[in-house]
Design a protein around this ligand. Structure first.
Ligand code: CA
Length: 220
């Protein structure tokens, strides 16, 4: 057995091709047709996720960020019909490990999955920290209590949580929070961070949003 793969793809024909092909390549498979199912099923302990970016209920990159923010540390390989380099880069900044553009050969996907699973450290239990994100509804709970966030706040928080206590450069926070090409001043980002810091504190979170001046921020 090569591992257990969660296949997240809304196109049912492609999903069935993936499921059948990966089984023939020796993988155990679980299907999911949208982001909500992906978030629910990934915690059940899979070895890797194949994640379509164009899902009906959420952007696959948001789903990946939420998985990472919620402690899921197994490889994620994005599938996308889009061929632009920017997509590729934002896929990686969302916490993906690899990327395949449709159409692709199943043997290549299987090979990349095997390599990613092998590279990846042994699964650690998904603990789900005190802050849990739902990428589909863009909702957040702190110690089980809902915290309502604007989409931009949600994306910035997801990027900070996905880094698991590491420093996140300010440009990555801007890239996470706003559409590509948006002009975001230092001041605007600071205002969002100040608000996030206050909202987490008010919600009773023990996490601290720290600043490395001029470099970036970390949530730890
Ligand atoms: Ca799709």
């Amino acid at each position: 057995m090569s591992g257990h793969v969660l296949v997240v793809e809304d196109d049912h024909r492609l999903r069935n091709v993936l499921l059948r092909g990966l089984r023939e390549e020796g993988f155990e498979t679980t299907p999911a047709q949208d982001g909500a199912a992906a978030l629910r099923l990934a915690v059940a302990g899979v070895d890797a996720v194949v994640l379509d970016i164009g899902l009906p209920d959420a952007d696959g990159r948001d789903v990946c960020q939420a998985l990472r923010a919620n402690g899921f540390d197994r490889p994620v390989i994005f599938l996308t019909a889009r061929h632009h380099l920017t997509d590729r880069l934002s896929g990686f900044s969302a916490g993906g490990d690899d990327y395949l553009a449709k159409p692709f050969h199943l043997a290549e996907l299987a090979a990349r999955l095997r390599a990613a699973v092998k590279r990846s450290p042994p699964a650690s239990p998904v603990t789900g920290g005190e802050v849990v994100l739902d990428a589909v509804r863009h909702t957040c709970t702190v110690r089980g209590v809902p915290l309502s966030l604007t989409p931009t706040e949600f994306r910035i928080l997801a990027a900070l949580l996905a880094a698991a206590g590491d420093l996140v450069p300010r440009r990555d926070l801007v890239r996470a929070g706003w559409p590509e090409g948006a002009q975001v001043s230092d001041n605007t980002l600071d205002q969002y961070l100040t608000r996030l810091r206050r909202r987490l504190r008010e919600a009773g979170s023990a996490l601290t949003l720290g600043t490395s001046r001029g470099v970036g921020h970390r949530l730890s």
